[in-house]
Design a binder for this molecule. Structure first.
Ligand SMILES: Cc1cc2nc3c(=O)[nH]c(=O)nc-3n(C[C@H](O)[C@H](O)[C@H](O)COP(=O)(O)OP(=O)(O)OC[C@H]3O[C@@H](n4cnc5c(N)ncnc54)[C@H](O)[C@@H]3O)c2cc1C
Length: 389
């Protein structure tokens, strides 16, 4: 009999389990390992099966800057408790026009930085060009450059660190997908795909896009899931050395034609080094779990990948790219743009909706989920969002 069963051993769920165990709750974390072969996998998937996610405090949305700031401040503690490094503080930059229709990104981030005391360098014109000669930004683009707290994290390694730290604090971990939750008795009963059953006083559903799966939550949630394609541009060691000062980049081009994000050189498990670009110009909604599984099993959208790769070559002229590959992923959005972290009943807590930004701040979102699961109020935590819409 557990105090809390966290369903979903992903970015938010693993963090929630660590915080719950540290709070002294008898905790079980349930969720499958990453599938060996995604093309033939019939079970659930995650949005963090990758080597790199951008991390930064700078944000034009105040709450997301707070979520990230509080998480980043704990990265060292998580790395130590979990025995696994995952943070690469290579710097992060938000670039875009400071006038015109797209100026909201830069001006919004400057305001949040001022309000929350986030240090950054405001780079323009020649200073921007000199610092990052490999980018060819159009006239009028400025860059807000964050060092120390900006860069990228390895999401797989962050999850591994959280799970290892949660275990060290006494949480149990069971590696399988949950297929049914029974709320009809005094305690909640959770059944896994292999037939294993567990009882708990309360459950936390932290299954990313799959939180919408029937049989997990009590009520439907206002969350839409979108198909995403990312393009990987392979580069060699020499090119990676040339780009060694490249920061993670969030970019708003003055023509507002798309909103890309770019990861600096990262070595992948195949031994190769890639730059990654995402930011689909198209939004395709995945309505059902079957559609989500089909999308994750597939390769992604080749047209989107070509578009993104061309744009990156335009932004980084002279880039010595050896090949372009691409992959599928999915992001979950709410109407308010905030995460969903609240109790649906005495027995059921929802913890999901990263809004495309939930990796870097998953530890804080998990902590908030742990507070709700232990019947603590979020109103004193200093956030503006209602965590419900
Ligand atoms: C292409 C892409 C790029 C992104 N880039 C960034 C970025 O640069 N920076 C950033 O901060 N964020 C980024 N994000 C967002 C970030 O990855 C997500 O917000 C984050 O992964 C959400 O965490 P989660 O725990 O909600 O979901 P997930 O990471 O998907 O974890 C959910 C977990 O639940 C498990 N699960 C599902 N169903 C069940 C079930 N029935 N039983 C048990 N377990 C189950 C899954 O196996 C998985 O482990 C990006 C997302 C995508 C797709």
């Amino acid at each position: 009999m557990y105090d809390v069963i966290v369903i979903g051993a992903g970015m938010m769920g693993s963090a929630a389990a660590r915080h719950l165990a540290d709070m002294g709750a008898k905790t079980l974390l349930v969720g499958p390992n990453e599938p060996g072969c995604k093309e033939t996998h019939t079970g659930v998937f995650a949005s963090h099966y990758d080597q790199a996610r951008i991390t930064r405090r700078l944000d034009c949305k105040p709450d997301w800057a707070r979520f990230s700031g509080r998480s980043i401040a704990r990265y060292g503690e998580i790395e130590q408790a979990g025995g696994q490094a995952f943070f690469h503080p290579v710097g992060a930059m938000i670039a875009g026009p400071e006038t015109g229709e797209g100026a909201w990104l830069i001006n919004g981030a400057r305001k949040v930085a001022a309000d929350q005391d986030i240090p950054f360098e405001d780079l323009k014109g020649e200073a921007l060009q000199e610092q990052f000669p490999f980018f060819d930004f159009p006239q009028g683009v400025v860059g807000l450059y964050e060092t120390g707290t900006g860069g990228w994290i390895n999401p797989r390694e962050l999850v591994a660190a959280e799970i290892s730290a949660a275990s060290a604090s006494g949480a149990d971990v069971y590696r399988d997908a949950v297929v049914d939750v029974d709320y009809s008795a005094d305690s909640v009963s959770v059944t896994c795909s292999d037939g294993a059953r567990f009882e708990g006083g309360r459950i936390v559903v932290a299954c990313g896009p799959f939180s919408k799966m029937e049989g997990l939550l009590i009520d439907p949630i206002p969350m839409k899931v979108y198909a995403r394609t990312i393009a990987f541009l392979e580069i060699g060691d020499k090119e990676a050395a040339r780009l060694k000062t490249m920061p993670s980049l969030i970019y708003m081009p003055p023509d507002l034609s798309y909103e890309p994000y770019v990861l600096p050189p990262v070595r992948y498990p195949d031994g190769k080094i890639y730059l990654k670009i995402g930011g689909d110009p198209v939004d395709i909604q995945l309505e059902t779990v079957l559609e989500m599984k089909d999308w994750f099993r597939g390769p992604g959208n080749s047209d989107v990948a070509s578009f993104l790769a061309d744009k990156l070559m335009g932004l980084m002229p002279g880039l010595e790219c050896r090949s372009v590959t691409y992959a599928s992923c999915a992001t979950s959005f709410t109407p308010s743009g905030g995460p969903l972290i609240h109790a649906q009943s005495d027995q059921c807590v929802v913890l999901t909706a990263g809004n495309g930004a939930g990796a870097k701040c998953a530890d804080e979102l998990g902590r908030l989920g742990a507070l709700v699961a232990t019947e603590q109020d979020l109103s004193g935590e200093g956030y503006e969002c209602d965590f419900k819409t």
